[in-house]
Design a protein around this ligand. Structure first.
Ligand code: IPE
Ligand code: IPE
Ligand code: MG
Length: 253
């Protein structure tokens, strides 16, 4: 509330003109932080801290070149299996970035959203997310959106959508025949976003690791050996150029 009052009235900066088409929605599996740190003899948490800086740089770049939706995989439903110390370090980074988001979103004109099952997150982080959500709502539906997927799992998301639809059927408000691809999509965390056009995975792994399973049906994938903390704006340019050379057919000819 207080933050909203503070920033209301400040104009969002204009995006610079761009000289080539950019995907409307880019998603990134931010992988390789641990290996990056290990190579330097540092703890994994250091890799996460540097990876978070890369997130800031790349999210800003995407906004500047006119990408409307930028979505990153920050913590999966499976990442709770990691040592408590590492999970705690990641939670602290989320605290830091959500605080910064709440302070700067309005001037930057970027709506920050958190996607995932938030119920197992610490209460203070859930409160931060609620605040960030409120500011994002105030920016309106046309604002550029940066989404952080936290405790996100593609299968978990689909399971939750199925449960919600089952409840509607049970209540008699929907019949099974009314369930369509669109109504399923409307029950996902990404309900108000287009599907990702381009999904980037750094660090040399060639798998989805449960990211945006439903939404990626016709996404273009780009894999690179670069570890996420080293991922630069030039790497993003390479991924976009590669994307622009592809022919998307969506099953047609
Ligand atoms: C990605 O980096 C960040 C998270 C999964 C939270 P990793 O921590 O998976 O790094 P590697 O894959 O072990 O190098
Ligand atoms: C995927 O990376 C999850 C995130 C980047 C948040 P992981 O490092 O958890 O994936 P796997 O275990 O290598 O498949
Ligand atoms: Mg990994």
């Amino acid at each position: 509330m207080g933050i909203l009052k503070l920033f209301r009235g400040k104009a969002a900066p204009q995006a610079p003109a761009i000289d080539r088409p950019v995907p409307r929605h880019i998603a990134v599996i931010m992988d390789g932080n641990g290996r990056w740190a290990k190579k330097r003899g540092m703890p994994r948490s250091y890799g996460h801290a540097v990876g978070a800086e890369t997130f800031r740089t790349i999210a800003t770049y995407c906004k500047d070149i006119g990408v409307q939706y930028f979505t990153v995989y920050a913590f999966s439903t499976e990442n709770w299996k990691r040592p408590k110390e590492e999970v705690d370090a990641l939670m602290d980074l989320f605290r830091k970035y959500l605080k910064e988001a709440a302070e700067t979103m309005f001037q930057r004109g970027v709506a920050v959203r958190v996607l995932g099952d938030l119920t197992p997150l610490p209460a203070d982080i859930r409160a931060q997310i609620a605040e960030v959500d409120e500011i994002a709502d105030s920016l309106g539906p046309d604002a550029a959106t940066a989404s952080l997927c936290i405790n996100y799992g593609g299968r978990d998301e689909i399971k939750n959508a199925v449960r919600a639809l089952a409840r509607e059927v049970q209540a008699g408000t929907v019949s099974p025949e009314d369930i369509t691809e669109d109504s399923i999509a409307a029950h996902l965390y990404t309900a108000h976003m287009p599907d990702p056009d381009l999904i980037i995975r750094p660090s040399g792994e060639i798998r989805t690791s449960n990211f945006l399973l439903w939404q990626s049906a016709y996404s273009e994938y780009y894999f690179t050996e670069v570890l996420w903390p080293d991922f630069s704006t030039a790497d993003m340019d390479r991924a976009i150029d590669d994307f622009n050379r592809r022919a998307r057919r969506f099953g047609g000819v």
